[in-house]
Structures are given as structure tokens and as C-alpha cells.
Design a protein around this ligand. Structure first.
Ligand SMILES: CC(C)(COP(=O)(O)OP(=O)(O)OC[C@H]1O[C@@H](n2cnc3c(N)ncnc32)[C@H](O)[C@@H]1OP(=O)(O)O)[C@@H](O)C(=O)NCCC(=O)NCCS
Length: 227
């Protein structure tokens, strides 16, 4: 290798590193953060995909409230939150679209990811009239697979209110283990309220997903884009 090539290699690394960190600072990404690609994920009954403005009517139908201005404001606020998350983190809530009827029946996501500890947190909401059909289990298993296989997380957790038995059952069905009570949760509206912490490690998910060590699941993650 010529001296010129060696010199070029010597300074190229640090310069690229410095440029990268300047760009990250300019667009407001801290050192422990990453902008992720949000795939469309297909499961047996669901398409998990980004929300768009057209989904407002389905969101308004989730709860059986009389549709009025304040309900619409809240639904729009939720959509605006989704769009902000897509812009700032690359990923945000996935809309859970039923393949059969094309209706969006809920949402699920990975709202907290710590790239230093490789730990993520999942959440899910299913419209009341679609509960109890296993849709949350199906969607969250796909998100665990995305978190472990594509982001490279080693642990995924979920926090449940003490009184929320269906969410506790849901975490157990996903193979998550109860770890204990957590308090002073900064993301909770009431910091004094205790919550149950459940978590699953990547090595246990392989077994939990399918019962076989390679963890093959019937989940197809597709590149970004609508179906
Ligand atoms: C929690 C939630 C997402 C579950 O959605 P879902 O699609 O009904 O979930 P699944 O059908 O996959 O599984 C729910 C399990 O909870 C069980 N369950 C429901 N209500 C229950 C109750 N009161 N007590 C005990 N178990 C209950 C169901 O029987 C089912 O278990 P099973 O398959 O062994 O019978 C849904 O109830 C919801 O959106 N709740 C409001 C938002 C929320 O609390 N999210 C959780 C935070 S992550």
C-alpha cells in the first residue's frame, strides 16, 4: 500500500466519525439514539404498518364514545404523536390492520428503546370490540421478533398496571417473566403508582416463540411501504 493510501486511510476514519457526530447533533440525535427503519410487518391476521391521516375515521371508532369535537381532537393528537415519532425516531406506533376487513383495530409499538443497554419496551392497545381474539399476542410477538432480530435488542420489557389483568396475561402469553414491582416510573402520569414489570431476554424468546432454538415464526417483515 502506498504512503498516499495509508495517509488517506489514517485520516478518513476520524473525519467520517466527526462528520457523522456533527450531523447527529444538527438533527438532534444524542449519542445513545438511532433513527430506525420501520418495516411493514405481516402476521397471520394482521398488517402492522405506519398510520396515515386517512386512518382517523378508524381511530374514532375504537372507543364507543359519542363522536364529538373533543374525541376528534384526541384522535388527531394521537396521529400527530405518531407522525412526530416517525420523523424523530424513524419508528412509532404501528397501526394494527385486519387483513380481512382492512380496518385498523389498534396500535402497538416500542416507545422506549435504550441503545446503550439494548433494552426496549413494548405496548399495545386493541379496540374493546376486538379484544380476546389473540390479536395483541399476535402483534406483540411480531414486535418482539423485530426488536430482537432486526434492532438487536437483548431484553424487551412491558409494564402493567396492578389492576390490568388482561395486560398481565398478555405479557405471560408472550413468554415474559414477572420481575417485580417498579415505582417512581418517570413515564407514568402518577409517579407514586406501582406497576408490574415483565420482561423477556432474547435467548428465552427463541424458545418461547416456537419451542425450537432457531425461533422461526410465521412473521414476514417487509421493507418500508404500504401493502
Ligand atoms: C391488554 C390488551 C392489549 C389485550 O388485547 P387482546 O387482543 O384482547 O389480547 P389477547 O386476546 O391477545 O390476550 C389477552 C389475554 O388476556 C385474558 N384476559 C382478558 N381479560 C382478562 C381478565 N379480566 N383477567 C384475566 N385475564 C384476562 C384473555 O383471556 C387472554 O388470555 P387467553 O388467551 O389465555 O384467554 C387490551 O385489553 C387493551 O387494549 N387494553 C387497554 C390498553 C392496555 O391496557 N394495554 C396494555 C399495556 S401494554
Amino acid at each position: 500500500m502506498s504512503l498516499k493510501d495509508r495517509t488517506r486511510l489514517f485520516w478518513r476514519g476520524p473525519v467520517i466519525k466527526a462528520l457523522r457526530s456533527r450531523v447527529r447533533r444538527m438533527i438532534g440525535i444524542g449519542p445513545g439514539q438511532r433513527i430506525l427503519k420501520m418495516p411493514v410487518i405481516e402476521t397471520e391476521r394482521l398488517i402492522l404498518r405506519r398510520f396515515d391521516q386517512e386512518d382517523l375515521k378508524d381511530i374514532l371508532a375504537w372507543e364507543d364514545f359519542p363522536v364529538g369535537p373533543s374525541h376528534e381532537v384526541q384522535a388527531q393528537e394521537f396521529l400527530d404523536y405518531c407522525f412526530r415519532e416517525y420523523r424523530e425516531r424513524g419508528i412509532g406506533p404501528w397501526g394494527m390492520q385486519l387483513k380481512e376487513t382492512r380496518e385498523i383495530v389498534g396500535n402497538c409499538g416500542l416507545p422506549h428503546i435504550n441503545f446503550k443497554t439494548l433494552c426496549g419496551e413494548v405496548n399495545c392497545y386493541v379496540a374493546p370490540r376486538h379484544r380476546g381474539k389473540g390479536l395483541a399476542t399476535e402483534a406483540l410477538k411480531a414486535l418482539l421478533e423485530f426488536g430482537f432480530r432486526q434492532i438487536g435488542l437483548t431484553r424487551i420489557q412491558a409494564r402493567c398496571e396492578l389492576s390490568n389483568l388482561s395486560s398481565q396475561r398478555l405479557t405471560q402469553k408472550m413468554g415474559m417473566k414477572f420481575e417485580g414491582l417498579v415505582e417512581d416510573d418517570p413515564s407514568s402520569k402518577d409517579p407514586s403508582r406501582k406497576q408490574k414489570m415483565y420482561a423477556i431476554l432474547e435467548k428465552d424468546f427463541k424458545v418461547a416463540a416456537t419451542g425450537v432454538p432457531d425461533g422461526t415464526m410465521a412473521v414476514k417483515a417487509r421493507p418500508d411501504g404500504r401493502n
